[in-house]
Design a protein around this ligand. Sequence first.
Ligand code: 5RP
Length: 243
Amino acid sequence: MTSTPLSADAMKRAAAETALSHVTHGMRLGLGTGSTAAHFVDLLGARVREGLEVIGVPTSERTRLQAEALGIKLSTLDETPELDLTVDGADEFDSSLRLIKGGGGALLREKIVAAASTRMFVIADATKEVETLGAFPLPVEIDRFGARSTRIHIERVARGLGLLGPITQRMRAPDEPYLTDGGHYILDCAFSAIDAPQELAERLQAIPGVVDHGLFIGLATAIFIAGSNGVRIIGDNTGDGLI
Ligand code: 5RP
């Protein structure tokens, strides 16, 4: 029997549905950002209307507005500093559960929320799976103060690791820089292949002016990968070490 090819959007929703099946009454949830995470929030809203009680902490203003409109009870990390589970998308992931995130510009809040969570489920369609991270340009969030100097530091660090691809400031319009929810710039670093992501992460984080970067290492506990033949899970989706 041949399976019907699913659209990328249908795959994203399938991954979101499978992740949602792990959400239980009373959970404190981090709510991710992006088109895949939006499916999760949408499906969660439907479960909340049926009576599921959860508290959500959104990772962006966009997600906050969506969740609010769906009647999902929301909180902040100030009120609810420890979460049970964050469900979020990714721009790329590898078999070691390392991610590139930030295509939607929410990487800082996404990382803070994921780090506050016992577990992080990533939901994605199979096109996001890569052998080596870096085909998707790595977003680096920088403070506006001293942005040109910070960029030079980032270029030096990148060159030191043999990463020569172009670094481009993200723009909202031709003469209007993109600003994150926190009011920072984003540099998109088209490195092609990041052979030493941990080292790059450490070196970027050490640069004054770098607020954060889109390498998420050691945060995802499971990845729900939707393809035409269903949803495959890598990592630990139970939280008790069993798969
Ligand atoms: C936002 C993100 C998103 O999770 C990432 O960009 C994936 O988005 P999408 O689900 O739309 O492909 O990191 O900052």
